[in-house]
Structures are given as C-alpha cells and as structure tokens.
Design a protein around this ligand. Sequence first.
Ligand SMILES: NC(=O)c1ccc[n+]([C@@H]2O[C@H](COP(=O)([O-])OP(=O)(O)OC[C@H]3O[C@@H](n4cnc5c(N)ncnc54)[C@H](OP(=O)(O)O)[C@@H]3O)[C@@H](O)[C@H]2O)c1
Length: 345
Amino acid sequence: MNTLNIGLFGCGTVGGGVYRILDAQSGGIAAQTGTRLDITRICVLHPDKERDVAVPRHLLTTDGDSILDDPAIDIIIEVIGGEQEALGIISRALVNGKKVVTANKVVISKYLPLLRRLEELHGGRLFYGASVCGSVPILKVIDETLITDRVRSLRGVVNGSTNFILSRLAEGSSKDAALALAAANGFLEADPTADLSGADAAHKLSILAFHAFGRHIVPELIPTIGIDLVTAEHVAEARARGYTIKLVAEALEIDGVLKLSVAPRALPDGDSLASVQDEVNIIEVVCDGVGTQRFTGRGAGSLPTANAVVTDLLDILADRQYRRRPAQRGAEPEKPVEEENLVAA
Ligand SMILES: NC(=O)c1ccc[n+]([C@@H]2O[C@H](COP(=O)([O-])OP(=O)(O)OC[C@H]3O[C@@H](n4cnc5c(N)ncnc54)[C@H](OP(=O)(O)O)[C@@H]3O)[C@@H](O)[C@H]2O)c1
C-alpha cells in the first residue's frame, strides 16, 4: 500500500474539518485508491490550546520550516488564512516540488499566475477548489466539463456571510440583529470587513474569471461595492416592489472585453439568484454550447469547506491538474497581466 504524507498548516475551522474527515475516511480512501493519506505533522500557532477536534499532541508543531523542508512530506495543505505567510508556505512547498492544496482565496486570487508557474517549473501540483464557494465544485466543473465550450458570462452569490445577513434583512430583521445572528452562527469573522466590503466576493470572482475566461484580473482592480451601506429599509423597499437585494459577483465578456464587478443588486422575483437563502452560494454560468447552468451549495463552514480540500487530495491521487484555458479573445494575442487588468475597470 502506497502512503502519501501530509503536512497540515492550520487546524482551525477548515483544518480541523480536514483532520476529522481524513481520520474517519483514510481507510476507505486507501481501499478505493490503493493510497493511504496520512497527516503526519500539523503546524499551528498555539499547539497547547483546546481544540474541537481530537488531534494527538505529538502531531502539533509551530516549526513550519521542518515540515516544508522534510522530503518525506508529499503534500502540504495550507489553511492558516491571511496573505504573506500563507503565500510563503505555498510557494516554498511548490519550489520543493510538493503537492499543495489550499482554501486561501486571497493568495490564489492575487498570485495565481506566479503559483501556476512555480507548479510548472518544479513539477508540483496546486489545487484550490475550497477557495471558491466551499462545497460547490465550480472550478472543477468549469475546468472539466466546460473546457471545450466558450463561457460568455457568469454571475453568482458567492459570499455566504453577506447572503445570510441579506436573508435576515429580507425577513424584517434590523441590520444590527442580522449582523449579530451571522456572528453567533459563525458566519462572520472577528473582522468582517472582507465580507461586508465585497472584497471576499471579488477574490472569488477573480479566481472564477481565471478559470472561465483564461484571464487574470487582480481583485483590487475589480470594481467592488459591498453591503456596508445597504440598510433594512433598502431591502424592505425592494421587497415591496417584488425585488430581492443580493450581493452579486458578475463577469461577462462583451466583444472580447471582460467586465467584472461585485455589487448589491435588486433582482426581480423569479431570478434564480434571488431565491438563494442564508449561507448558500449559487453560480450561474452561460456558455455558447451548453447554455445556462446553475450550481448551488454551502459556500462555507467546517465540513463543506474541508470536503472540498479532501476532494482536491483525491484529485492529486488521480494525478489530475488544472488546465489552463486559453484567453478567450479570438485571434488576439494574450496580453501581459498589467495590461489585462485595465479592462476590468
Ligand atoms: N471557515 C470557512 O468556512 C472557510 C471557507 C472557505 C475558505 N476558508 C479559508 O480557509 C482558510 C482557513 O480558514 P479557517 O476558518 O479555518 O481559519 P481559522 O479557524 O482561524 O484557523 C486558522 C488556523 O491556522 C493556524 N494559524 C494561523 N496563523 C498561523 C501561522 N502563521 N502558522 C501556523 N499556523 C497558523 C491557527 O492556529 P491555532 O489554532 O493554534 O491558533 C488555526 O489553527 C482561510 O484562508 C479562509 O479564507 C474558510
């Protein structure tokens, strides 16, 4: 029986879920694939803190370097969050030829071309299905089943926290009550800025656009409006006229120009995005050949997100890797990243 050793960085909401799933499923995975997935080291900040998941203390360390430089570790899972430290972990693991799975939308949306290059140069693998819409395998669908089609547009509700808040407002809650309930249910981070400002949705949209249109638009250049200024009164007024306010991330290609945006939109009753409630995400993709398809599911939470990480591990076992969709611009040559970004505005 083949064994792949995993170094897990982070054992919080997502990392704890990954440990839990692999602890329960690694026997079944081994029986099905002939390969055992073994978490052999776990890097955290506070090894002695109490955790929801029963992790043996001897697996925990604060010494990330010893994991990244250990040739016996085959796969690195990065679920610490943040930007620079996570970027360092992912890039060093790739340079060391390791396979990497991450749920980090900030790092992936900003540095995807660089990381894909490191993957190519050093023969590693990089998967990040969990970074976009948790349990919804949207990157896989775009990558595998829509690869021969031409994507014309995509739009979606891709941030569970704000959708939960807007759902409560639509039921008549005050904004303070909706925010408090979102926090109590674990849908808001201690610093909710990235969710409320729309930045989190912009990160996901950037990754989606990379896969759907073959173009890297850094999230900072995506025109973004969050729900900070949306009030309970706005939502009630919209409801009275038969509209629902949702935070919509949208990418559409018009005459070879890719336009991306994130903004609260009043959607008429009957719009498929309008009926998606709570922390659930939805993405609608319109292609030339297959027409319109919609994908929906839980976009966050420990097990839905951890499940996406584990399915990426299974893709590593199957020796898959993401394809690179050529930029959809007819015969026009691909432009350098900086110039590409101008079309986002
Ligand atoms: N939560 C979700 O539903 C969700 C959904 C999709 C994507 N994600 C992404 O998944 C990632 C992790 O999110 P999370 O919710 O699991 O975060 P979290 O609950 O805050 O857990 C973070 C973990 O990372 C560890 N950590 C933090 N900084 C570290 C460092 N410098 N070195 C080593 N370990 C460090 C922490 O250690 P201690 O435990 O010792 O403090 C903790 O175990 C983020 O990129 C997030 O955007 C999360």
